[in-house]
Design a binder for this molecule. Structure first.
Ligand code: NOJ
Length: 669
């Protein structure tokens, strides 16, 4: 049961696709105040759990902290941070009463979830212009499914996107890419994608290629494809200001960039230096910007990642002027604390909220201040691409994921979780964030495996890859200022090969479960609590997850550990994969077990009475032999396998589902 309430004059975000009548009056649940902006308050019972918020810090249960939806380019995801790159304003209060809330509000929104006052949930924002959806259901899981239906089908990537991808900021030349390819192929480590970060562009200009390094680009794309590898270039939000650069010239001429109050184009410094932002909230400008992806798809490119689209601003022209003024004022160093004044001003230059008040979007002829719709920029940049792909090749799937997002964008692409660090705590954060993201519609998602910032270690990369085996987006990516972390950079590559082979062995199952989740508005990753709601230990377990309908995972996330304690809410079959070389099985009873996990092993827990299809590994997803699958699990179990061509959009074809039966590698009756 969903109720929709409209307050003031909300901006149309297009987050929700389901048609619904507006309700009069106020929701029965909680209290709403429309004085000094908007606030919603309700009390929480001692044991209530709060789920949701998608890409957010901390645990699966969001209680006890304050989260702020305010898309931010902040690469330091320490525990105290309230905002990350996305704004996913959906929560579920679960306890004796279960109720979900979606606050469809595109600017800064504060979720104080028992932070100020232990038992009080308070959601507030500056303007009382929003839509509030209140969802009641029999369980949090049921509420999530209703919500997912309401916001429309999640993005479905091509099947190759379930392969493994290597990325690093700093690959510059064809030789750099060939080296990565050789590193993988020579060591027989499977690989489907190599990502191209900003250095492939000419002077960081979107939709250009570095002239010296990438002449004959279509031939190079083809050369890689012949080896089973797709190149996936990055696209940034800012368009470089440069005379003669077509994207810039055309955007200026058509008036498609974000503008200041006086009608001039807003100027922000990002990687290319000074840039303009395409006004992707304006439907015409969005179509125009999306049209440029053609330049690369025409050359054989089949996937992209959209970056810096919070949008990230290193500094604006106005910010720089203000900074210079502070420098001048303090130039004699005789004022009080001049160094502090200068330092503070310098720090405040980047991602300065004041800049959000300095530019405007033109939506249906109306000027809208960026501040009021800030959280929609990344969403609409990715929507620009998604809508363009529909025009370019309506029946073909493209790989697409974004850094910044808002609910609604989940229909156009996935996300990666941005600039994490090579910290063990971020491996755990990755694990916990996955089900929350799924609740908000983002199914195609994953983190920078091995960690983006800071120097990694061999064991961290391996353990993180072992989690990445299960994340739909499985990509190793790192910052150019850090230790190289491709799988062949740590001496012996055997362990890496075995972990990634395990991913490929599981692709038929993972893809099948992904597709079922997407097509049925369901979750691919579930918290334990959604599957075992009566089991109090399971309900509070956050370092294990359920995948699809058959599997539980319990990754190792501490250094030097030889294994970990795992809680089994029911009898399960533990299958330890070691790539193609070995599989070890054992049935474990309900309860707590210490499970040893070597660095080259990936444990999978199969639920009682179920089985999963497993392939022999291959170097690419395309090479997997899905005609000869082995069923692993309990005797007599059947599995409904979803399989399609992985490229076109004939999702509903009944032939895509086939039932496999007769578990082969059974351990016991
Ligand atoms: C920021 C992104 O989060 C990161 O993944 C990328 O490598 C850098 N921008 C450079 O493009």
């Amino acid at each position: 049961m969903i109720r929709k309430y409209v307050f003031g004059k909300p901006f149309e975000t297009d987050a929700v696709v389901m048609e619904m009548e507006n309700r009069d009056g106020l929701p029965e649940f909680g209290e709403i105040s429309l004085e000094n902006g908007f606030s919603f308050t309700c009390t929480m019972e001692k044991d209530d759990i709060v789920y949701g918020l998608g890409e957010a810090n901390r645990g699966i249960n969001k209680r006890g902290f304050c989260y702020i939806s305010d898309c931010t380019d902040d690469p330091n995801h320490t525990e105290d941070k309230n905002s990350l790159y996305g704004a996913h304003n959906f929560i579920v209060l679960a306890g004796k009463k279960n109720v979900g809330f979606f606050f469809d509000y595109p600017s800064k929104l504060i979720f104080d979830i028992g932070y100020t006052d232990l038992d009080v949930l308070k959601v507030s924002c500056e303007k009382a212009d929003l839509k509030l959806y209140v969802i009641e259901g029999e369980s949090p899981y049921d509420i999530v499914k209703q919500f997912r239906k309401m916001i429309g089908r999640s993005y479905i990537p091509p099947k190759f996107a379930f392969g493994f991808g290597q990325s690093r900021w700093g690959y510059k030349t064809k030789e750099d890419y060939r080296k990565v390819r050789e590193g993988y192929r020579k060591n027989r480590i499977p690989l489907d994608m190599i990502y191209m970060d900003i250095d492939y562009m000419q002077d960081y200009k979107d939709f250009t290629l570095n002239e010296e390094n990438f002449s004959d680009f279509p031939e190079f794309v083809q050369e890689m494809k012949e080896d089973g590898i797709r190149l996936i270039p990055i696209i940034d939000a800012g368009v470089k200001i440069e005379k003669g650069y077509e994207v810039y010239e055309e955007g200026v001429e058509k008036g498609y960039f974000c503008k200041r109050a006086d009608g001039s184009n807003f100027v922000a410094a990002v990687w290319p230096g000074y840039t303009h932002f395409p006004d992707v909230l304006n439907a015409d400008a969005r179509k125009w910007f999306g049209g440029w992806y053609h330049v690369l798809t025409d050359q054989g490119i089949e996937g992209f990642w959209n970056d810096m689209n919070e949008p990230a601003i290193f500094y604006s022209e106005e910010g720089m002027e203000e900074f210079k003024a502070v420098l001048r004022e303090n130039s004699t160093m005789e004022e009080e604390n001049p160094a502090v004044a200068i330092g503070d001003k310098m720090q405040a230059l980047s991602n300065n909220p004041a800049d959000h008040t300095r530019f405007y979007h033109t939506v249906n002829g109306e000027k809208i201040c960026h501040k009021d719709v800030h959280n929609l920029f990344g969403y609409n940049m990715t929507r620009a691409a998604g809508e363009a792909f529909e025009r370019i090749a309506p029946d073909k799937r493209f790989l697409m994921f974004s850094r910044s997002s808002y609910i609604g964008m989940h229909r156009y692409g996935g996300i990666w979780t941005g600039d994490n660090k090579s910290w063990w705590s971020h491996l755990l954060l990755n694990l916990k964030m996955m089900p929350s993201l799924n609740m908000c519609g983002f199914l195609y998602t994953g983190a920078d495996l091995g960690g983006f910032g800071a120097d990694t270690t061999r064991d961290l990369v391996l353990r993180w890859l072992a989690l990445g085996v299960f994340t739909p987006l499985m990509r190793n990516h790192s910052d150019l200022r850090t230790r190289e972390q491709e799988c062949y950079q740590f001496g012996d590559t055997e362990d890496f090969r075995q972990i990634i082979e395990t991913r490929y062995r599981l692709v038929p199952y993972l893809y099948s479960e992904y597709m079922k989740a997407a097509l049925n508005d369901d979750l691919y990753f579930k918290p334990m609590a959604f599957v075992y709601p009566e089991d109090e230990i399971a309900v509070r377990t956050e370092d294990q997850l359920m995948i699809g309908n058959e599997v539980m995972i319990a990754p190792v996330y501490t250094q030097n550990a030889k294994g970990r304690f795992v809680y089994l809410p029911e009898r399960m079959m533990l299958v330890k994969f070691t790539g193609d070389s070995a599989v070890y099985q054992e049935v474990l009873e309900k309860g707590i077990h210490y499970v040893e996990v070597a660095l080259n092993e990936v444990p999978v827990f199969i639920r009682e009475g179920k089985c999963i299809p497993v392939a022999a590994s291959a170097q690419t997803v395309a090479e997997l032999d899905t005609k000869h699958l082995t069923l692993m699990g309990f005797d007599g179990a059947e599995y409904a396998l979803y399989e399609d061509d992985g490229v076109s959009k004939d999702y509903e074809n009944p032939e895509n589902i086939r039932t496999l039966s007769g578990a082969l590698l059974l351990f016991e009756k």
